[in-house]
Write a protein of this length. Structure first.
Length: 73
């Protein structure tokens, strides 16, 4: 009886793990790329980037102007 329970449990786990793999249709990709689905808070990230640029005296690499804090572009 113990082997049967173990077999049923393993089979159920395999079936459940395989059911989570799905193909995303092209028209459903809009929902995946929704800005509300992002994990990071944009305002906090923007503040952190601005603070980092101010502290380092340089910008670039994050979509800003390229160049250092020396005033040369």
């Amino acid at each position: 009886m113990n082997k049967r329970i173990k077999f049923i449990t393993i089979t159920a786990l395999i079936v459940l793990s395989l059911s989570s793999c799905v193909a995303v249709k092209p028209y459903e990709m809009v929902n995946i790329n929704d800005p509300d689905m992002e994990l990071a808070d944009r305002k906090a990230k923007k503040f952190h980037t601005a603070f980092h640029v101010y502290r380092e005296g340089a910008s670039g690499g994050n979509g800003g102007k390229s160049g250092g804090g020396c005033g040369c572009n």
